[in-house]
Design a protein around this ligand. Sequence first.
Ligand SMILES: *[C@@H]1O[C@H](CO)[C@@H](O)[C@H](O)[C@H]1NC(C)=O
Ligand SMILES: *[C@@H]1O[C@H](CO)[C@@H](O)[C@H](O)[C@H]1NC(C)=O
Ligand SMILES: *[C@@H]1O[C@H](CO)[C@@H](O)[C@H](O)[C@H]1NC(C)=O
Length: 196
Amino acid sequence: MASSMLKTHSFIFFLILFFINVIANRWSDYEVFGKYISISSLGLKRERLSHLHFYFHDVVSGKNATTIRVTVEAPLTNRSSPFIFGDVYVVDDPLTIEPDINSKMVGKAQGSYVVASQGELSLLMVLNFAFTEGKYNGSTLSVLGRNEVLSIVREMPIVGGNGVFRFARGYAQVRTHSITQIHAIVEYNVFVFHYC
Ligand SMILES: *[C@@H]1O[C@H](CO)[C@@H](O)[C@H](O)[C@H]1NC(C)=O
Ligand SMILES: *[C@@H]1O[C@H](CO)[C@@H](O)[C@H](O)[C@H]1NC(C)=O
Ligand SMILES: *[C@@H]1O[C@H](CO)[C@@H](O)[C@H](O)[C@H]1NC(C)=O
């Protein structure tokens, strides 16, 4: 008898604790400026993996230059070093579907790169790929990574995106296609998870 009452009491006690917990959680969901929502409430369906392939054109001089060197010079920039540590370039580089710069343009790479190593030719790349073609038109991908330009293959993280690339994450594999004093053509293979 006593033991069954004890059981009933502890059951009721447990129920009360349970509901206090549920209510407290509810409150904590709404009290502050953030809460859990469902993926579908943003109109997102499922995560997909996309592969994008294009060529990046860095034209550093001439009438059609797409890259400018920022003329602010750090006092320690060593102009006699072949690597020009500390140089900053700002780019608005076309992205095309073929190595030919006059082939179809799919977007622009807009941002900057900094010569960020004293030991080898290594760049810090901070770029947005602003796409202008097909279902990617108006969407961007953001790149933040290290580009050791003399390596055969470089890999840079894709850290985000917008439009069809919301929640994007992935990487770009980068190979130099050809390079002259004026014009570097770089092949990009981008692998990216995003929702659609
Ligand atoms: C600049 O671009 C135009 C149009 O694509 C081309 O006709 C011209 O030859 C280019 N000029 C140079 C110096 O590359
Ligand atoms: C600048 O770079 C050159 C070539 O790498 C090197 O010989 C020289 O010592 C450097 N000067 C300074 C001040 O770091
Ligand atoms: C891309 O979108 C812009 C703005 O909506 C539009 O003007 C342009 O024609 C579109 N380009 C293509 C190739 O669909």
